[in-house]
Write a protein that binds this ligand. Structure first.
Ligand SMILES: [Zn+2]
Length: 426
């Protein structure tokens, strides 16, 4: 008897399970926040960001966006939503703590997880990328939970002759890279510089194969020649001289991105002393005392003080900062990058330090955010990221304070989403 009575109950609970399944929310709406969509448009107040299956469905004010029935609503009133930040010049996989030489698939993923936890949702690694990272690239990898999306440049192209260097381009192509990268620099007179016929051949071959090519450079004269030769990104600041009209004309005419990497300069000399940021809780949340202790060693600090190369970079940093200000004012596209992921260039933290230095150079919060969102995606050719646009990937940050009021507010991260999935703070 008892069993017979149970049957209707079982049926009811089965039906309940089924109906629960069908009413499960397929959409998530973030409501009430101020939304900066990254395009440069005015902020939306009382905005709605509607996402579904990792992609953005709609962005607008409450009146503009219809919230479908099967929606999980998350009230984020009082917060600001911005696109996930893109580092267009980083490196991944080699460094653990401050030590190089740890390249592995696991370390690539660990590095990308550090970036992600600081709100850097995409990293373009401009060189030093090995085979292990190919399968982890943003274009192939669909399970990027908890770590930044990755694009790679493979081996930094070098060679004494055009033939030698072009062979490296072909090797990168065979490996399956997203970008090419060369260095045209003598490291303040300490090493030979790639000759013009070599870099011209490398740029031509890269374009022939359909790649954009980024160039590490230092001197104004080289930067002009590289623009003329067809480089697709100046991957550092011009640091020897103030930029002139000819340079501005060239870079604007060709519509090429300029990636200042001010923290790269800082990293060359800042450890001549105990770096102020070592006690910043935003730094120590990811980097512990044991990691940084070699950088606090007085003998090491003395070495930096006595290193003429480091001291040259230090002396030239104000030139780089002034050039950034001049170029931004001229409307040259500034593409956000740090050159972090090298020893003692701390992934994640350095991106926030870079934004602070860009502000010190005279850029507005709006200009800085655009450089790390829209510009980074557009000038690196990254698809479906960079702005909060319907159809794009749901990579975004929920901030506790308004970054337009003070760029330092971009550190006040409440939540980070990559492909619509929340990045767990560790
Ligand atoms: Zn670099």
């Amino acid at each position: 008897m008892k069993w017979i009575r149970l049957i209707p109950l079982l049926l009811v609970s089965l039906v309940a399970c089924q109906s629960r399944q069908t009413t499960q929310p397929t959409y998530i709406a973030f409501t009430g926040a101020t939304i900066l969509d990254g395009t440069g448009a005015s902020p939306l107040t009382d905005g709605v960001l509607l996402i579904r299956q990792g992609r953005i469905v709609a962005v607008g004010t409450r009146d503009q966006v219809t919230i479908p029935e099967n929606t999980q609503v998350r009230n984020v009133s009082g917060k600001t939503i911005i696109p996930g930040l893109i580092n267009a010049h980083g490196h991944v996989g080699d460094v653990k703590g401050i030590e190089p030489g740890h390249y592995s698939a696991e370390n690539v993923q660990d590095n990308l997880a550090i970036y992600a936890r600081y709100g850097i949702t995409t990293v373009v690694s401009l060189g030093g990328d090995k085979e292990e990272s190919v399968a982890l690239r943003a274009v192939r990898d669909t399970t990027s939970h908890g770590r930044a999306r990755l694009y790679i440049a493979g081996e930094v192209i070098n060679g004494n002759t055009p033939q030698e260097a072009v062979a490296v381009v072909d090797q990168n192509h065979t490996m399956g890279v997203d970008f090419m990268k060369i260095r045209v620099d003598d490291n303040v007179g300490t090493s030979p510089k790639m000759p013009e016929d070599v870099y011209r051949a490398v740029i031509a071959r890269s374009h022939e194969l359909g790649y954009k090519i980024a160039t590490h450079m230092y001197y104004l004269d080289d930067a002009k020649k590289l623009l003329e030769a067809g480089t697709d990104l100046l991957a550092h600041s011009v640091r020897d001289l103030p930029v002139d009209d000819e340079f501005i004309r060239l870079i604007k005419e060709r519509n090429i991105g300029y990636c200042p990497t001010l923290t790269r300069e800082l990293s060359t000399f800042v450890y001549e002393d105990t770096a102020a940021f070592f006690t910043d809780p935003f730094f120590t949340k990811a980097y512990d005392l044991a990691t940084i202790s070699p950088l606090k060693d007085p003998a090491y600090q003395q070495k930096i003080q006595n290193n003429p190369v480091a001291q040259t970079y230090k002396r030239q940093l104000p030139v780089a900062m002034q050039n950034l200000k001049t170029l931004a004012a001229q409307g040259v596209p500034i593409v956000f990058g740090t050159d972090s992921g090298m020893p003692a260039r701390f992934m994640g933290y350095f991106e926030h330090l870079e934004m602070q230095m860009m502000a010190e150079a005279g850029l507005t919060p709006q200009q800085i955010i655009e450089s790390a969102t829209k510009n980074a995606a557009a000038y690196m050719g990254l698809k479906e990221i960079g702005t909060l646009t319907p159809g794009y990937r749901a990579d975004f940050l929920v901030l506790d304070a308004d970054p337009l009021a003070d760029i330092a507010n971009i550190r006040k991260i409440a939540d980070i989403y990559i492909g619509g999935t929340e990045v767990e703070a560790k």
